[in-house]
Write a protein that binds this ligand. Structure first.
Ligand SMILES: [Zn+2]
Length: 143
């Protein structure tokens, strides 16, 4: 079902009408089966609501902007990830354990480490004074 706001060109009445589809509207229009609710005139047209069209264009533009912004951010993060991958050791789920080893046993590790950590573990590590940085991470399916 599709709702059209219709405008009578004769008496300028606007009213809403439901149609099964835009095709049905065209069919009924051709058969002169759409007439004004008030004066019965057949000079009834779809009422193009300008404000709606404008807002549609605006939102379209915003979407485009958001997309470019998103791609820029993603590119930055991708570069960041590349840097981390090249300069840090991946420890995966062992992150909490490895971070503690480095901190408490003064384990020699020229490289930093990166991996996954739960929110709770992250909180504990920070409380223990272990320097942990959270970085946004995109899963890269090509790797
Ligand atoms: Zn009318």
């Amino acid at each position: 079902m599709i709702k059209y706001n219709l405008l009578c060109k004769k008496c300028e009445l606007t009213f809403d009408s439901w149609f099964a589809s835009s095709k049905e509207y065209d069919k009924l229009k051709k058969k002169k089966l759409i007439n004004c609710h008030s004066c019965g005139s057949l000079k009834v047209e779809k009422n193009l609501m300008a404000p709606k069209l404008i807002s549609k264009n605006f939102s379209h533009r915003d979407e485009k902007n958001d997309l470019t912004k998103y791609q820029k951010i993603k590119k930055t993060i991708n570069e960041y990830q590349k840097f981390i991958k090249n300069n840090f050791d991946y420890v995966g789920e062992n992150f909490t354990y490895e971070a503690r080893s480095i901190h408490y046993e003064k384990k020699k590790n020229n490289k930093g480490i990166y991996g996954t950590v739960s929110k709770q573990d992250l909180k504990e590590l920070k409380e223990e004074g272990i320097d942990v940085q959270l970085v946004p991470w995109f899963e890269n399916k090509n790797n």
